[in-house]
Design a protein around this ligand. Structure first.
Ligand SMILES: Nc1ncnc2c1ncn2[C@@H]1O[C@H](COP(=O)(O)OP(=O)(O)OP(=O)(O)O)[C@@H](O)[C@H]1O
Ligand SMILES: [Mg+2]
Length: 372
């Protein structure tokens, strides 16, 4: 998978740029605040899953502009593709793939998968359960639009259920209403759970293998899922068990006006040699785990598509020690993955490596190829 060229119009601080890319490693170099991450964000949007930094569509409008457009051409499964991604204040979003208007932007992931790696990901192990959930959701969602769909529907119902909890607290609604909602939530929650667990079961062996290779050690990485209610080995019981769990915490939920049980409260737990990594692993080990999880995401996508995603490394080079940096670059280079790396300085790269890469200078929303 590869992006051959991109054109940005009124996207963030880019008034207009059009530029061809290298099929291997592309380095975007420039001082702070010039548009490096903005460019990565535009590339990341091409998988149709929204901004990797969770910006809203409208946030990416160039200041005082009323539309932006991202056009890209590339190759996916050896077929050329064209994407036209248009957002305007008036018509919201219009996304076309090969001239066909998509009903949902995430259908773009049929053509393009992107994996973003940022310093925040390096903190995945120490971070909040929400961060780890988001990681899992992105990971599974890329290969399964059905998962993204179920998750969206689930989240919507949870939001509505929370609104109802607020009304119950003010005695403006009845328990019967809540029970009706619970009947709606349960099948969605279980669908999300099943798909998540199946996804994690597929990712885990890759993560384990990659961690072993990275650490050249005897340490064993394990991923386990912590559900907010007990999961019986018989999956057909989950819906009822979930409803029971909701019922048990009903009073507390009404008091706090939020739904306290369900996949939106779960966590991915990481263990190194059977000890929880969050608590016991060293900084370096935690970074290696995070790196392994990201590389597992790449391997997981390959497993589905027989093709590697486009990899975007935002500011991570300076966060990695030279040894891990080299391991990462080698991993990507050997597999001929198209990579975009942002950096403020080229000193993170050896002369040998730089020869194999394409360099671009980024300054004040402009972008041009360079050689030094
Ligand atoms: N919607 C927008 N319209 C116009 N400019 C924007 C918009 N959003 C952000 N910017 C500008 O884009 C610049 C930041 O770009 P970006 O985040 O890509 O920086 P960067 O090159 O990655 O810097 P760093 O090295 O600090 O990460 C800032 O100057 C910011 O003011
Ligand atoms: Mg940046």
């Amino acid at each position: 998978m590869e992006i051959k060229s991109i054109e940005l119009v009124q996207f963030r601080n880019y008034e207009h740029v059009e530029i061809p890319f290298h099929q291997g490693i592309n380095i975007l170099v420039g001082p702070n605040g010039q548009g490096k991450t903005n460019l990565l964000e535009a590339i990341a949007l091409l998988n149709g899953k929204g901004s990797h930094r969770d910006a809203k569509d409208g946030d990416m409008l160039g200041w005082q502009k009323d539309y932006y457009r991202i056009k890209a051409q590339g190759l996916s499964s050896q077929h050329p593709f064209q994407i036209d991604y248009l957002y305007s204040n008036e018509k919201r979003k219009k996304v076309q793939l090969n001239g066909r208007t998509l009903r949902r932007a995430y259908e773009l992931s049929e053509a393009v998968n992107t994996v973003v790696f940022s310093p925040e990901d390096l903190a995945l192990v120490k971070g909040s359960p929400e961060q780890r959930r988001r990681f899992v959701d992105r990971e599974i969602g890329q290969t399964s639009p059905a998962y993204s769909d179920a998750l969206q529907r689930y989240q919507k119902v949870i939001t509505q259920r929370n609104a109802l909890l607020r009304r119950l607290r003010q005695q403006e609604a009845s328990i019967t209403e809540l029970e009706l909602w619970d009947d709606q939530v349960a099948p969605l929650a279980v669908e999300v759970l099943k798909r998540r667990l199946d996804g994690i079961a597929k990712i885990a062996p890759y993560a384990r293998q990659i961690y072993q290779a990275l650490s050249e050690g005897k340490e064993e990485l394990e991923l386990t899922y912590r559900s907010s209610f007990p999961l019986h080995h018989d999956r057909s019981r989950w819906q009822n068990d979930y409803k029971k769990a909701l019922e048990e915490r009903r009073r507390e939920e009404i008091n706090r006006q939020i739904t306290l049980t369900g996949p939106h409260r779960d966590d991915l737990q990481l263990y190194l040699n059977q000890r929880e990594a969050k608590v016991y692993a060293s900084q370096g080990q935690q970074r290696s785990i995070a790196l392994s999880l990201k590389l597992a995401e790449i391997a997981f996508i390959y497993h589905f598509r027989r093709e590697y995603p486009i990899v975007l490394l935002d500011d991570v080079m300076s966060e990695l020690d030279p040894n891990r940096r080299e391991q990462l670059l080698q991993y990507l280079h050997r597999r001929q993955i198209q990579v975009f790396i942002t950096t403020t300085h080229l000193r993170a790269f050896s002369k040998e490596r730089i020869k194999e890469m394409a360099l671009f200078r980024v300054q004040e929303g402009r972008l041009w190829p360079t050689t030094e």
